[in-house]
Structure formats: structure tokens, C-alpha cells
Design a protein around this ligand. Sequence first.
Ligand SMILES: *Cc1c(COP(=O)(O)O)cnc(C)c1O
Length: 211
Amino acid sequence: VDAVTLMAVSKTRSAEEVAAALAAGITDVGENYLQEALDKKVQLDARNLTPCWHFIGPIQSNKTRDIANQFDWVHSIDREKIARRLNEQRPAELPALNICLQVNIDRETTKAGVLPEEAAGVVAALVQFPRLRLRGLMAIPQASDDPEQQRARFAAVQQLQNQLREQFPQLQLDTLSMGMSSDMEAAIAEGATIVRIGTDIFGPRAPATPH
Ligand SMILES: *Cc1c(COP(=O)(O)O)cnc(C)c1O
């Protein structure tokens, strides 16, 4: 197993809690909601705490400018239009924005992401954006308590990534963003390179507040 990056998912957590995680060695932080993320980032920047910031939530068009300015990675790309805006708005002085294409691997109506058979078409569109660097796929498979079933879902994501590697050999698709607190072992067994962990780092979340 190659090194796996542990992303601390800090939605609903305070800047203080994130600072404590960084002090404990966390290097990568993921946020779902832009305003919440910006509030925390200002506080952490002021203390010279500069982790690698990942955006992992749904993206509305009017949020792309701040995301393009403030984040290092975006995992929740699922349409060309949003990618086009991020490409246009990524500041010239920053490196290209790392992105993952989110795939709705289990075709769930409640989940974001492109369907597996749509992925190659969207990748073909994404490669034309010089200020974005497509790194791989992100997925949130259907929840299951059965490790075998978890592994089968993650294996499907890895298989899709391998297909895309063959179709787009010019891309360095080196990232599989998959696995959360309840299924990270299965994800790592199936090739995850970034796991996104909230509960197992910070403890249970309070009920979601409206955004
Ligand atoms: C909240 C969240 C996580 C972390 O979930 P936990 O079960 O708390 O580890 C990971 N990925 C995404 C996209 C999330 O929204």
C-alpha cells in the first residue's frame, strides 16, 4: 500500500478544533460549506496555520470565485460548467487547482456526481482547462456495514479510474479520494490515496445546522 493522505473533514468544527488537529500532525483539511470554511481559514491564516485546503461539498456557480482563490483541491467537480468557472477564476499566481471528478458510483438519486458512463466525456472536457489539474476520482459509495460490500463498491471506483487511465494516458491520474470513518479500511484496501475522515478524528458531529 502506498502512502494514504489523511484528510481531516472539519465541517461543524471550530477553528480551535482544527488548530488542535494540525498541532497533532494533520496536514490536510476538508470543508463542505464555503462560508464556514472561509471563516475558519481567516482565523487559521492569522495564526500562520496553512494546511492544504480541500473543498468537498456541493458547488453553486456563485461560489466558484472564492473556491478558486482559497483552496488547493476541489473534490466535488461534477459538471463542466463549474470547472470552466474555476479555470477562469484561478489566480495566475497560484498553481493549477487540483481537482477530482466526483462519480455517483452506485447511481443513487440522492447523491451528486457523474454517472460512471458519463465520466470519460466529462474528463475529455476537463483536460482543456489549463488552470485545473485533474488528479482522479472522488466517490461516496452507498453506505453498508458489510466490509465485503464496501470493498466491492470501492473496487468499482478503482476500475473506472483504471479505464480512464487507459483512455487518457497523458493525464497523471494518481488520486482516489474515497473512504470515510465508517469504511476507510475497505477504501484503502481498494486503492484509496486520500481518505476523508471527520468523526474518527473529531468525534461525533452535532446535528447539522442550516447553511
Ligand atoms: C462529512 C464528510 C466526510 C466525513 O465523514 P465522517 O463519517 O465523519 O468521517 C467525508 N466526505 C464527505 C464528502 C463528507 O461530507
